[in-house]
Design a protein. Structure first.
Length: 356
């Protein structure tokens, strides 16, 4: 297991060094609010200098999607896109707003669209209008359901999805808790692991799978579990802070583990845990997903038990590569995957260094 972990870290480190080599880590200003009419501030040199790409992000204030979109923009520029031809828009967590933005991109004649849906269930409507306009489409981060994905291959449409399998991240969260061992976990001595679950957007398969598979890893390892609370905090730090504060008020020392579907919520959970006078890795355990810098620092300091690296670098590059392939007349697989990496005190520093 350790060897596997180490090789995964090596893979992460290699990706990072490759990135520096190909200029993927270029720093660029946040043009999040740019629209397609804005003048280009960077001269593009490659073959794609005239190519226009529209990027729809479900919500700019989301920490992980901010890392993703900044890397996506840097990478597209490093591949030869003109900065002014990359339009990245904020769906403000509202599907109607995002659908309007997609209509505008279609009307302005972009060569390709990259879409992080607000609601995955809107995929059929969005796919239909984008395909009808003859524009290739790359979905990212929020996976449409199997029925929708089947339509793409059945019809031979230029539509794909780029993302990771959230079951893997949930399993890794659970495994990190299993590794702590029942002796340490079972502080109230009831023979069970008593936990609370803090969920992201419940419509999102990442939230559903992480919730299910984190706990499944415990039961698969033969541990008995007891769910004290299951709260929705929509991927958001402040909402998680409040939900965990309430749960601690209600269940107090009985809470042995806090599972958060992402790191932003783990940071909120940590604020409430500390405010309640509890100490992570001593009298409570806490895990997240994403590997945000702040959380990696907490894992190193021992104030968060562990996280899972959600590789925004590989995902954004794969999305850009797929978009380029479509826009230049090529085809893509209908699902383009990516592996998560478990992050504990053993490799957190290495992962942090690889992201700098
Ligand atoms: C997840 C990520 C969350 C949030 C969400 C948005 O993959 O872990 O932090 O960004 O995507 O859909």
């Amino acid at each position: 297991m350790k060897r596997k972990l180490l090789s995964l870290v090596c893979a992460v480190t290699m990706v990072a060094s490759l990135l520096v080599g190909c200029g993927g880590a270029t720093e660029t200003a946040d043009t999040g609010s740019a629209d397609s009419g804005e003048a280009a501030s960077t001269e593009a040199s490659g073959d794609y200098a005239d190519m226009k790409v529209g990027v729809c992000i479900y919500q700019f204030s989301d920490n992980f999607m901010t890392l993703f979109r900044n890397e996506l923009q840097s990478y597209l520029i490093s591949q030869g896109f003109a900065e002014g031809n990359i339009s990245i828009v904020d769906g403000a967590n509202d599907q109607a707003t995002q659908t309007g933005q997609i209509d505008n991109f279609i009307a302005s004649g972009v060569d390709v669209l990259i879409v992080n849906l607000v609601n995955s269930s809107s995929a059929p409507t969005i796919t239909d209008k984008v395909v009808a306009a003859g524009i290739p489409l790359v979905y990212i981060n929020r996976e449409p359901d199997a029925e929708e994905e089947a339509r793409w291959s059945e019809n031979g449409w230029n539509v794909t999805y780029v993302g990771c399998d959230a079951r893997q991240s949930g399993t890794m969260q659970g495994e990190m808790i299993v590794d702590v061992g029942l002796d340490k976990l079972d502080m109230n001595g009831n023979g069970k692991v008593d936990y609370i679950m803090i969920e992201g957007d419940p419509e999102n398969v990442d939230a559903q799978y992480r919730t299910e598979f984190s706990v499944k890893a415990l039961t698969d390892a033969g541990l008995e579990v007891n769910e004290l609370a299951d709260e929705v905090a929509n991927w958001d730090q402040a909402q998680a802070q409040e939900k965990v504060q309430n749960a601690l008020g209600m269940h107090g020392n009985d809470i042995e583990v806090v599972f958060c579907n992402n790191d932003a919520m783990a940071l909120g959970a940590l604020q409430s845990i500390q405010a309640a006078g509890r100490t992570v890795n001593e009298d409570i355990y806490l895990v997240g997903v994403d590997a945000l810098t702040e959380v990696l620092e907490d894992v190193i300091a021992g104030t968060i038990t562990g996280t899972v690296f959600n590789d925004h670098i590989a995902q954004s590059h794969s999305a850009a590569d797929a978009a380029i392939k479509f826009a230049t007349g090529g085809t893509n697989e209908y699902y383009i995957g990516c592996d998560y990496v478990k992050v504990t005190t053993e490799n957190a520093q290495e992962v942090l260094d690889s992201l700098k």
